[in-house]
Ligand binder design. Structure first.
Ligand SMILES: *[C@@H]1O[C@H](CO)[C@@H](O)[C@H](O)[C@H]1NC(C)=O
Ligand SMILES: *[C@@H]1O[C@H](CO)[C@@H](O)[C@H](O)[C@H]1NC(C)=O
Ligand SMILES: *[C@@H]1O[C@H](CO)[C@@H](O)[C@H](O)[C@H]1NC(C)=O
Ligand SMILES: *[C@@H]1O[C@H](CO)[C@@H](O)[C@H](O)[C@H]1NC(C)=O
Ligand SMILES: *[C@@H]1O[C@H](CO)[C@@H](O)[C@H](O)[C@H]1NC(C)=O
Ligand SMILES: *[C@@H]1O[C@H](CO)[C@@H](O)[C@H](O)[C@H]1NC(C)=O
Length: 673
């Protein structure tokens, strides 16, 4: 939607006002423009953006809170160095712009704006935390280099505060952020703020300066060491995007100048606007590689070409790739960094990406059985070593095939890929190819909570502090999945073997969202693996419908497991009968001696009140009556002592369903090992 200008005379007037100098003469190495006011002829407005009195508004200007996203893009692409000139090196650029973030209603803030460079002239994303830059349903669709001026905390993008400046590549998870308050700048002040973004392609440094005045500060607010040669090549469009989410924040850009200076490399003439016809007609057709869901195979081609493989044989290609990777690795270890190389194979810090099948295969030695570190309902888990980056990771390989519904599957996967929380096992990437689904995760050095509780070896039993930390961390991850992320995620399979422990024994929940990917609306009973039973809420077992509340139940069971060091269903040593952990703890509570449920192996090394609290929170989560269970946010507050734990009935409430479940405990507890 491109808003038409209200009146042509105003437009004309603006054009006269606009002191615009367009550089970029054909064949010249530099390109510049300087708009003291924006002129509609030179910009494309997308989404909710608009132009008024020479000022661009990126989001809707309304007094009632709304969600909105808009983009303004300079019409002409900036001719960065020729993609065909080897080796490609981005040109340097500097830009200066004045913006303001105002507000009709000061308490209603969010989300912010971004300056971006992109290969695409139609970059527009979703409202909310996506800053109008990233498409919420296809997170990897838009490719960009951006500097964000963010006024809201989106924990799934790892935002540090509601006032930060960040540098982003292809994702809103910033590579580096800075707090403008350190230089006395509050982005939401409503005042005009001038920003300078400067990239030096020789030093490979990008600096961002910020000031309330028009003179550039001496010290950059944000300085990032980054090589943008792969991101800035060929024709690149520049612009701004902004978004709100149920707020009345206003995002305006008042003036903008941009200056690109290419050095050394042969530049192609830039393409011109269609109405303009320059005598030199070698128009470059901008061919941004629009990433798509099936870019995996494209990557292969690109890789092949990029490495200049001439041999016809596939095996040759493989050999060359392997050799190349080994050489690269060797160079790296030698500390020599002569090649900038292709970045396709690099696991960039923290941003989930699509992996190349061959790469994953070689990282797991062809899915060799010696690399198996775990088995689950989902498939085998392999330890992988990515030679090109020196990364050690865990790879889950699904036995299922996903040929049908692949699009939908990828859409869901991108949602999951966008989830980010310090208590989640981070997804590094995925690969869907050859009917297989491969998920690449961070490798957790201390394995699962299940192992730490029931088969402790080297480190001994978990201490009370570690257990409390696990309880809080897990609650925090679930609060995020249930209440804080863009699209609610129900885990469906919370159990101690799905909770990993990182190097500092922090809980990291794994497999989130997978149940949703794997078996849509399948009854849990049909996928029941022995050992899962004790974690499932009665109504889930009965109706097969997973909800927030069924997750809370499972969390409650894990909490009791952590406090008591017992499995959810265990064989009683004396009577040989099966004991349900929830029943057992509730029984002790009814008799007023709940603390006796504490793990004996702790040898009393805990604070009694805290232990009692953990057990009580566990019981209230594991209440058979779903309506009585607290939300995860509430649980977190209870554990942190911000609210009181609700007093429970002395005996466990009983619940009856119309028909009984045919599964008996004996049937499914044979794995008590
Ligand atoms: C703005 O657009 C007009 C018409 O397309 C063009 O002549 C002029 O060079 C452009 N100015 C800049 C700075 O791009
Ligand atoms: C490039 O253009 C600028 C003006 O836009 C001019 O000053 C400079 O001399 C030109 N350089 C070359 C190499 O043509
Ligand atoms: C993007 O660029 C292409 C090629 O120059 C052009 O045809 C198209 O209209 C542009 N899209 C927008 C929204 O400006
Ligand atoms: C996101 O991408 C989908 C599919 O390409 C498209 O239908 C949708 O309009 C996009 N959303 C935004 C906000 O651009
Ligand atoms: C662009 O950069 C060149 C070289 O640094 C400089 O001479 C020129 O004045 C700059 N132009 C603008 C508009 O900032
Ligand atoms: C544009 O260039 C083409 C090919 O050089 C020519 O035929 C046409 O007349 C030109 N149009 C204008 C408006 O100059």
């Amino acid at each position: 939607m491109i808003p038409s200008s209200s009146s042509t005379s105003v437009l004309f007037f603006l054009l006269l006002l606009t002191s615009a100098t367009a550089g970029g003469a054909v064949g010249n190495h530099s390109f510049e423009f300087d708009f003291l006011a924006f002129a509609i002829r030179n910009f494309t407005l997308l989404g909710d953006s608009y132009l008024r009195n020479g000022v661009v508004g990126l989001t809707r200007d309304v007094t009632v809170p709304t969600s909105s996203a808009g983009t303004v893009i300079y019409n002409d692409p900036i001719p960065f160095s020729d993609p065909e000139s080897a080796p490609p090196s981005a040109a340097s650029f500097s830009t200066r712009f004045t913006f303001s973030i105002g507000n009709v209603n000061p308490s209603s803030f969010g989300d912010g704006l971004a300056f971006f460079l992109s290969r695409d002239n139609e970059t527009l994303g979703s409202p909310g935390g996506y800053l109008g830059l990233v498409n919420a349903s296809r997170l990897t669709k838009n490719k960009f280099v951006a500097v964000e001026f963010d006024t809201r905390v989106d924990s799934h993008f790892g935002d540090p505060s509601e006032n930060h400046v960040g540098f982003d590549i292809d994702s809103l998870i910033s590579i580096k952020t800075a707090d403008p308050l350190l230089q006395g700048i509050d982005l939401k002040s409503g005042e005009q703020i001038t920003a300078w973004v400067e990239y030096d392609h020789v030093a490979k440094v990008l600096d961002v300066f910020l000031s309330f005045s028009i003179s550039k500060p001496e010290i950059p607010l944000l300085s990032v060491d980054v090589d943008l040669s792969d991101n800035l090549k060929g024709n690149v469009y520049v612009g701004f995007s902004g978004s709100t989410e149920g707020s009345t924040e206003l995002h305006s850009v008042h003036s903008w100048s941009f200056n690109m200076t290419g050095e050394g490399s042969l530049l192609r003439p830039r393409s011109t606007n269609p109405p303009h016809n320059v005598s030199d007609n070698s128009i470059v057709i901008p061919s941004p590689e629009i990433p798509s869901s099936d870019s995996g195979s494209k990557n292969h081609k690109k890789l092949g070409l990029g490495l200049g493989i001439a041999g016809p044989s596939f095996f040759c290609a493989c050999l060359v790739i392997f050799g190349y990777i080994s050489v690269k690795k060797w160079q790296r270890t030698r500390g020599s960094s002569t090649t900038t190389g292709k970045t396709e194979l690099v696991v960039a810090s923290g941003r989930p990406k699509e992996f190349n099948y061959r790469e994953v295969k070689s990282a797991t030695r062809g899915f060799h059985s010696s690399r198996i570190i775990g088995k689950g309902a989902f498939g085998n888990v392999y330890k992988a070593f990515f030679v090109s980056t020196g990364t050690i990771a865990a790879v889950k390989r699904s036995r299922h095939s996903h040929e049908e519904g692949k699009e939908e599957f990828l859409a869901e996967l991108t949602i999951i890929a966008g989830l980010r929380h310090k208590n989640l096992v981070q997804l590094l990437g995925w690969c869907v190819e050859k009917g297989e689904l491969l998920l690449v995760y961070e490798l957790m050095p201390h394995g699962s909570l299940d192992k730490a509780l029931h088969h402790p070896h080297d480190g001994g039993v978990l201490s009370w502090t570690q257990r409390r930390n696990v309880a809080v961390g897990l609650a925090s991850a679930l609060t995020y999945l249930h209440q804080e992320c863009e699209q609610q995620v129900i885990h469906r399979d919370i159990k101690s073997s799905n909770v990993m422990l990182d190097a500092n024994f922090n809980a990291r929940l794994g497999d989130f969202g997978l149940a949703r990917l794997m078996d849509h609306d399948k009854s849990p009973v049909s996928t029941l693996t022995a050992g899962t039973m004790g974690y499932l809420a009665p109504e889930y077992l009965h109706y097969g419908k997973a909800t927030e509340k069924t997750d809370v139940f499972s969390y409650g069971v894990v909490l009791l497991e952590v406090a008591c060091g017992r499995r959810p269903i265990e064989r009683e040593p004396e009577s040989q009968g099966m004991v349900n952990l929830v029943d057992w703890v509730w029984g002790l509570y009814g008799e007023g001696r709940v603390v006796e449920a504490a793990d004996d192996r702790l040898k009393g090394q805990f604070e009694t009140e805290e232990m009692k609290k953990m057990l009580m929170v566990g019981l209230s989560c594991a209440n058979p009556d779903g309506g009585e269970r607290p939300t995860m946010r509430r649980v977190l507050q209870m554990l942190n002592g911000e609210v009181e734990v609700k007093v429970l009935a002395k005996s466990k409430p009983t619940l009856t369903f119309s028909c009984g479940l045919s599964l008996s405990l004996e049937d499914i507890t044979s794995d008590c090992e």
